[in-house]
Design a binder for this molecule. Structure first.
Ligand code: AHR
Length: 524
């Protein structure tokens, strides 16, 4: 089989073969060469964020359900909260999404019973406003997530945005900080992440603008917001999809906002419409291209900044989402829900995203899995309880690598030509990270082959590896296996300790067809 080479990560030398995976030297299909000194960047904890939108049952009936026996006295669903905490959500984005472009944050503060009910023009629901800024920020406090607020750059005004940050962050005694105090929050929240609108490039967006008009609006909004609190991190609304002129949109936005923003957002949703696993998982080609292109655009913008500072990429919406899209291509009144039921192959797809983010840890510094509960989400709730979707488990496991050093490993793997065109890609999709405090190496390997187990020789060039490996693996025979209420044990990882047969500085490991394996190995 023809072999291609691409870089990944790692350093140190290992040599071992798990008992079942042992293979004679020379009989391997692939090679992963690791050097812990070849560091791409830190795996930013902010890569393990999620997104909560006023959409379907994400907020109401998801994280918040007043009067439910499963909720606490403030209305937060306790079972959902527990699952959110266990997931280790680092950054939580709110209130949208498309919803935010018609949202007035002032409707959502003060006594709940006095808040106005408004039509939600994005998703066709009625918005009670019983969950607003204070409820969201309290939720972040309880879950330990850093809040990320997105301003209304659609139908909203710059002054609305400025007043919002005055409400949340102003220390001095001003009109809006007094309102916050009156509502029971004497201390400023110090919200750090602020998005300058959502998907403003999309014609479906309320208040959609062309790139020049958006850039003018965002520039002035950034100015006004920074005059209230200059310590914030601002995120420009980059290209929401990768249609005709996504490169032009990002260029214009970066050029106009390069002195004012810290990150630019990208969104990517993927689907397996043709029912072709290898094609579905080959999406990393697109992810890599998009990241590389935007990274180049960022470099170009940084060179001409008047106040040199780095700009990073925020993938602040990403996931598998295709079954619950309604036909017609546009969102319309009443078309809510988006309650995807995820299967085993979707769980594998989580790995494609994280591997790409890790391989670009120098530039991708924030990511939000869209969303958190019920709506295209890892957690699913009804009035009686919750279940964990298949995608929950890889997201949780990758999250344990936060703070590690992402390594630039060499990967040689058999490759394939996915149906549908484009260039060839490797069967093994690999990322590697190193915990330099605990001296653990993590090797994340997705075998995208639908039909073939692949054995890789794994070499470490910078240190001896211990013989014991912790092996986390998702491996299920049925690509379409799903979870449901009372039935969320099927697509679960196995975790075991294996003794590796290290020979010299390498060992062989067999990766089953369509599986995800994370090896954790001590470097001695
Ligand atoms: O996450 C669902 C929707 O997808 C969001 O509202 C929007 O930003 C994107 O198009």
């Amino acid at each position: 089989m023809k072999t291609s080479i691409y870089r990944v990560t790692i350093s140190f030398a290992i040599a071992a073969a798990a008992a079942f995976a042992a293979q004679a030297p020379g009989a391997t299909d692939a090679r992963i060469k690791i050097d812990t000194e070849r560091v791409i960047g830190k795996v930013d904890p902010a890569l393990f964020g999620n997104f909560t939108e006023h959409l379907g049952r994400c907020i109401y009936g998801g994280i918040f359900e007043e009067g439910s026996p499963l909720s606490d006295s403030a209305g937060y669903r306790k079972d959902v909260l527990e699952a959110v905490k266990n997931l280790g959500v680092s950054v939580l984005r709110w209130p949208g999404g498309n919803f935010v472009s018609g949202y007035n944050w002032k409707d959502g503060i003060g006594p709940r019973d006095q808040r106005p009910v408004r039509p939600d023009l994005a998703w066709g629901a009625l918005e009670s406003n019983r969950f607003g800024t204070d409820e969201f920020l309290e939720y972040c406090r309880r879950t330990g997530a850093e809040p990320y607020l997105c301003i209304n750059a659609g139908l909203g005004s710059i002054d609305d945005a400025r007043q919002w940050i005055e409400y949340t962050n102003e220390k001095r005694d001003t009109y809006w900080s007094q309102q916050r105090r009156k509502n029971g929050h004497p201390e400023p929240y110090g919200v750090k992440y602020w998005g300058l609108g959502n998907e403003i490039d999309g014609p479906w967006q309320l208040g959609h603008k062309n790139a020049e008009d958006y850039a003018k609006f965002a520039l002035e909004a950034a100015k006004a917001m920074r005059r209230v609190d200059d310590s914030i991190q601002l995120i420009a609304s980059g290209s929401s999809n990768f249609g005709a002129d996504w490169i032009g949109w990002n260029r214009t936005v970066l050029d106009a906002l390069k002195n004012d923003v810290n990150l630019i957002s990208l969104h990517t949703y993927i689907g397996n419409q043709p029912n072709d696993l290898e094609r579905f998982l080959a999406v990393s080609r697109d992810l890599e291209d998009r990241i590389a292109v935007v990274q180049g655009q960022i470099r170009a913008a940084e060179i001409t900044q008047s106040n040199r500072h780095p700009i990073y990429i925020a993938f602040d919406e990403w996931n598998v989402w295709y079954r619950t899209v309604v036909s017609g291509g546009e969102f319309a009144i009443g078309r809510t829900g988006l309650e995807e039921q995820y299967n085993y192959e979707d769980a594998l797809a989580m790995s494609v995203f994280f591997n790409a983010f890790f391989r670009h840890a120098d530039i991708v510094r924030l990511a939000n899995l869209a969303q958190l509960v019920n709506v295209i989400a890892p957690i699913f709730a009804n009035k009686q309880g919750i279940f964990l979707q298949t995608i929950y488990f890889p997201v949780l496991e990758y999250g344990k690598q936060r703070g590690n050093l992402a390594l630039d490993a060499l990967v040689e793997s058999p490759q394939y030509q996915p149906a549908g065109g484009g260039r060839k890609t490797t069967y093994l999709d690999v990322s590697t990270t190193y915990d330099s405090n605990g001296h653990y190496l993590f090797v994340n390997v997705l075998n995208r082959s639908a039909g073939r187990d692949l054995t890789a020789s794994i070499e470490n060039t910078t240190g001896r590896v211990g013989a014991q490996a912790e092996v986390w693996q998702l491996d299920h025979a049925d690509l379409k296996a799903t979870h449901g209420f009372g039935d969320d044990q099927k697509v679960r990882p196995t975790v075991k300790s294996e003794t590796l047969s290290v020979s010299g500085n390498s060992f062989a490991y067999r990766f089953p067809k369509h599986s995800l394996t994370i090896l954790k190995i001590k470097v001695e």
